[in-house]
Design a protein around this ligand. Structure first.
Ligand code: TRP
Length: 451
């Protein structure tokens, strides 16, 4: 007999796809993917990244959804139940704890960067009403990073948006948010690509994105591509496991998995196709843009083009929305855990407690951009260090353990019950990827990140 989740259930397959895509599509696609591509030599990075998505990302995405749907509770309790059922060590519960800690860490800096997008959205709203144009984007960006109060304000505003949705719960909060926000996001992004076509630089942008220059590939490229694959698909910290717990029986996991991975990848590539023509048409260098890439280059274009203010408003508004539907999913696993611990009536308080913790931690990232910019931990500033611990260590470690758990600890009956429609040959390929290929590839990345 199938259980239902006490946190609520997705009302349809489409709802799950929208929510999971909403989680996957975020700053990772529109802010991080373009600048990572820019910093790592273009096409070659993109190809390695696509390989990571296919061989590691998609299979682990399916594993997370599957584990979640079988357990129907928050990751910690799901893993506890599954480990007992399969007669394996209780130690696997550690995956859930890694997820809770990683979620709080990632949310802390994610909310800070999302705050930048809110700030920029606001700058364009002000321009609509006669505010000063962003004539020197580099200076505008530097001024923002140098102002701890401004950063803290937007960080707080974004965290409030996030906690608001999560506190309302699955049907009332998450679904209502994604139903309108996701489709709007796709339309806006497509419009931006159409604009890119009118610049006359689409061919050059496509060449940068898709023509690989293998001479720039090294071990580090592989490492960053793998990290990006985990981050962009929201893998390794039980986000997708949590969303899977609310997935009704009878919906095909391979199909929704492919839909989510494909949409996420398309959005990242579309973001590239939207951004690089603009970068190129203003004579900017598409290589080596760094984390400030979209903030320091795009406003230049927005100031010069017709309806640029509206375009800028749409672009940064879109980015804030994409970040919002992602941050919700960073907060949900830990919230669901607290709810199970202290009762369903406590959802609001649970969400607020976790978000507050994350917000306070985020202040460290805020200060590392200005007052504490000189502080170095293992050669990194504080924000980069937190990002490194969470993205480069905890996500791959979580992913590795999830792959091993699904591949070796879960018995065939459980797996087959969750994947009834998968052809046997594909099932064997997937299980082999879980058992050997994905763990091995991730292990290489992890070892490289540590050494
Ligand atoms: N995938 C989101 C993005 O690309 C970020 C995100 C949401 C995430 N939930 C996650 C990343 C869980 C890692 C793990 O912006």
């Amino acid at each position: 007999m199938d259980k239902t989740s006490i946190h609520g259930m997705w009302s349809s397959r489409l709802m799950f796809i929208l929510a999971a895509t909403g989680s996957a599509v975020g700053l990772g696609n529109i802010w991080r993917f373009p600048y990572m591509t820019s910093d790592n030599g273009g096409g070659a990075f993109v190809l390695v990244y696509l390989g990571c998505i296919l061989l590691v990302g998609l299979p682990i995405l399916m594993a997370e959804i599957l584990i979640g749907r079988h357990g129907r509770v928050s990751p910690v309790n799901t893993l506890r139940g599954l480990a007992r059922e399969s007669g394996v060590s209780r130690g696997w519960v550690g995956i859930g704890w890694i997820g809770i800690v990683a979620g709080i860490l990632i949310l802390s800096f994610y909310s800070v960067v999302a705050g930048w997008t809110l700030h920029y959205t606001f700058l364009y709203v002000k321009q609509l009403f006669g505010g000063a144009p962003i004539s020197d984007p580099g200076a505008t960006f530097a001024a923002l990073l140098g102002d701890p109060l401004e950063l803290t304000f937007w960080h707080a505003a974004f965290m409030l948006l996030t906690v608001g949705v999560v506190a309302l719960g699955v049907e009332k909060g998450l679904e209502r948010a994604v139903r309108f926000l996701m489709p709007a996001l796709f339309v806006l992004l497509l419009l931006l690509v159409v604009y890119g076509m009118t610049t006359g630089y689409m061919g050059q942008a496509a060449a940068f994105l898709f023509r690989p220059d293998w001479s720039v590939i090294d071990g580090g490229t592989f490492l960053r591509a793998m990290g990006q694959a985990f981050f962009t698909l929201s893998l390794g910290m039980c986000t997708m496991m949590t969303y899977g717990a609310y997935l009704p029986k009878g919906i095909s996991i391979p199909r929704v998995g492919v839909a989510v991975a494909l949409t996420d990848t398309c959005v990242a590539l579309l973001a590239g196709l939207a951004i690089f023509p603009v970068v190129l048409s203003f004579g900017l260098d598409p290589a080596g843009g760094g984390p400030g890439l979209i903030f320091t280059s795009l406003p230049l274009a927005f100031e010069a083009m017709p309806f640029g203010i509206l375009y800028g408003l749409a672009f940064f508004g879109l980015l804030a929305v994409a970040a919002w539907t992602s941050s919700i999913s960073l907060l949900e696993p830990a919230t669901a855990f607290l709810v199970e611990r202290f009762g369903v009536k406590r959802r609001k308080r649970a969400a607020i407690a976790i978000a507050s913790l994350s917000w306070v931690l985020g202040l460290l990232s805020v200060l590392s951009l200005n007052r504490l910019s000189g502080v170095r931990i293992l050669g990194r500033d504080i924000m980069t260090f937190i990002e490194f611990i969470a993205n480069d260590l905890m996500l791959p470690l979580g992913g590795l353990l999830i792959a091993l758990f699904a591949g070796w600890a879960l018995n065939r009956t459980i797996l087959r019950e969750q994947l009834p429609d998968m052809p046997e040959a594909l099932f064997l390929v997937w299980r082999w990827l879980m058992r050997v290929v994905a763990p091995l590839l991730v292990l290489i990345v992890l070892v490289r990140a540590v050494v």
